[in-house]
Design a protein around this ligand. Structure first.
Ligand SMILES: [Zn+2]
Length: 240
């Protein structure tokens, strides 16, 4: 089978390869799919907290038009040891571990919490998460956990706000933000950071991409929601 490979070099966490099949509008609108299921797989020791999944579900329910609901299914515990992940490794690993399929009136978004780190890490700048087209999404849990150690007094830091920000940000990429999959109603893409918002109060703000910018610009109070511009874009593309 021939694979269509579109080489788009983008910095940070957004890999603009839409590989056909499911796209942002399938997640946002009810016209083809009336239900959204998020499949979660995780490396041993990196199971996402129920609190995180409930938070994400609430956020998604606020922006996607799914009359039959939004459901999270926690699947496999992945026993693979941490490694240095190339983008290709991540995509084939995700494909190997995808248990649910988009079919009928249900669309599936696939999120993996992996051990190890991205081959794109650059010195102190660690990739926190990456989204390939409309998915899969990979979260580098050890790097998100590491935000605590780097910035704050050890033992007093909660990783909760970091996970809220990073995972919702990656889901925003899968939903086509910013101007990468769905059009903008009003311009709000950061001129220096393709696919990201210029508003530091939006979870799509570019600094959520990697650990150094995150710590420098957002500290321990990162954005955890979409802003009005993000919402307008998603609404215009069939979302709530
Ligand atoms: Zn991003």
């Amino acid at each position: 089978m021939a694979a269509l490979v579109i080489a788009v070099a983008l910095p940070g966490c957004l890999n603009g390869v839409f590989s056909g099949g499911v796209g942002p509008r399938d997640y946002l609108s009810s016209s083809t799919y009336r239900k959204l299921v998020v499949e979660i797989d995780y490396a041993t020791g990196h199971k996402p907290a129920d609190e995180l999944l409930n938070f994400l579900k609430g956020r998604l329910q606020g922006v996607v038009d799914k009359p039959d609901g939004v459901e999270f299914q926690v699947g496999e515990s992945l026993t693979d040891a941490g490694r240095t992940w190339s983008d290709g490794d991540l995509q084939s690993y995700a494909a190997d571990h995808a248990s649910l399929k988009t079919e009928g009136t249900t669309v599936v978004m696939h999120v993996l919490f992996v051990a190890g780190h991205s081959a794109k890490d650059d010195g102190d700048s660690k990739v926190l998460g990456i989204t390939f087209g409309a998915g899969p999404i990979a979260i580098f849990s050890e790097q998100v956990d590491g935000l605590c150690n780097s910035a704050l007094i050890p033992g007093t830091c909660s990783t909760t706000p970091f996970y809220h920000s990073v995972v919702l940000h990656e889901m925003g990429h899968a939903l086509g933000l910013v101007a990468h999959g769905i059009p903008m109603v009003q311009p709000h893409e950061d001129s220096g950071h393709s696919g990201h918002s210029s508003n530091s109060k939006s979870v799509m703000y570019w600094a959520v991409d990697s650990s150094s910018a995150f710590l420098q610009l957002l500290g321990n109070n990162p954005p955890s929601d979409f802003d009005g511009d993000d919402r307008a874009d998603m609404h215009a593309a069939g979302g709530k």
